[in-house]
Design a protein around this ligand. Structure first.
Ligand code: ADP
Ligand code: MG
Length: 341
């Protein structure tokens, strides 16, 4: 009897091995959503893939600023509205980031972003008077959110957009759905926002390349398991007018493209929404304030590239970041260390 159960156990074990073997080829797809190209690489089934796609499309239909059927469209149109559980959770986390970054991230910057033409591609430099008028309605403190009731109410003249955190949140939601469905290995690329579930099927870390913001090729690569790697870069969306470059990350204090010395900020961490929001906010802050923020919270890692090409990484990346640009300097990357208390 003992022998039989041992034999059965071995059979089941071998069967599991076959299933794992079959999963060493991922199911993949590319879709266009959230204004960007999204790639899924899932070590699972076609069913897992279509569940991931539906999750993303459903989320987009709720938070789009342009889709007339979305929750956010209704809030912007009526000045108030009810939010589903999912969008409530998103808004709550996003507002926490607005507070923690002291408004470097501000969800109510949307009308200013629109005036610059970044939502439509019809770019224009707004005049000072227009900007001042729009900025008078920018203040995340005036987004009144009753979490228990799920109701959000905006101050007069205000409009919001969750675009700065939406892709990160979408990544979190898809990863959690896949995990619930038993998937242990997947990689999502949401327009340059990369989110990993687990490690590669062979157990090694995912290696994620970070774009060179000042030219062609890659700046470097970072190794991750179960984390997000999210970059905000001036090179992602911009236009040029009279020799001046204007990009889509706006400083809420003056309504101008953020110009505090950084050209790209990559955040690596466990929570996609937080990484997404922080990549935008720390870009706005500039290196010095961004480092202070990291010293205070220390729950993420970062790669900063300055306008002069200088690269700085936080100390947690020391063993998992590889610098890929050819450089004559012997040590082109500065490591930011935590102040020991
Ligand atoms: P992308 O969406 O291109 O990956 P980000 O995650 O950095 O880049 O988000 C930038 C988007 O967020 C802009 O396109 C704009 O809609 C919005 N945005 C720009 N500046 C801010 C800001 N200071 N706070 C909140 N949202 C912003
Ligand atoms: Mg962002």
């Amino acid at each position: 009897m003992k022998q039989i159960s041992k034999w059965m156990f071995l059979c089941i074990f071998a069967l599991c091995g076959c299933v794992r073997q079959a999963q060493s080829n991922p199911v993949t797809s590319t879709i266009f959503a959230m204004d960007t190209t999204i790639d899924f690489t899932i070590y699972g089934t076609e069913k897992d893939l279509s569940a991931a796609e539906s999750c993303l499309m459903e989320l987009e239909s709720k938070l789009s600023v342009t889709d007339t059927g979305s929750e956010i469209y209704a809030v912007n149109k009526n000045g108030t509205g009810m939010l589903s559980q999912q969008i409530s959770a998103l808004l709550e986390q996003a507002l926490t980031l607005c507070q923690q970054t002291e408004g470097a991230l501000d969800l109510s910057i949307y009308p200013v972003v629109r005036a610059w033409g970044f939502t439509t591609g019809q770019y224009a430099v707004p005049d000072t008077k227009t900007l001042a008028g729009l900025l008078s309605h920018v203040d995340y403190h005036q987004i009144l959110f009753d979490r228990a009731a799920g109701r959000v109410t905006l101050a007069e003249g205000m409009q919001i957009d969750l675009g700065s955190v939406a892709k990160g949140y979408a990544g979190d939601q898809v990863v959690s759905l896949l995990r619930q469905n038993g998937v242990t290995s997947a990689l999502l690329n949401l327009g340059g926002n990369v989110q990993a579930l687990g490690s590669k099927p062979d157990g090694t870390a995912w290696r994620i390349a970070i774009q060179n913001p000042l030219g062609d090729g890659y700046l470097g690569a970072v190794e991750i398991n179960n984390q997000a790697v999210i970059t905000s870069g001036g090179y992602e969306r911009f236009f040029e007018q009279n020799g001046q470059i204007y990009w889509h990350i706006i400083n809420p204090t003056d309504g101008m493209p953020a110009n505090n010395g950084l050209v790209s900020v990559t955040i690596i961490g466990d929570n996609g929404l937080r990484c997404d929001g922080l990549s935008t906010a720390l870009f706005v802050m500039g290196l010095e304030k961004a480092i202070d923020f990291w010293q205070e919270y220390h729950d993420f890692e970062a790669v900063f590239v300055s306008m002069d090409g200088g690269t700085a990484i936080t100390e947690g990346l020391e063993d998992r970041f590889t610098y890929l640009l050819e450089n004559t300097d012997t040590n082109p990357v500065t490591v930011i260390r935590q102040h020991r208390k």
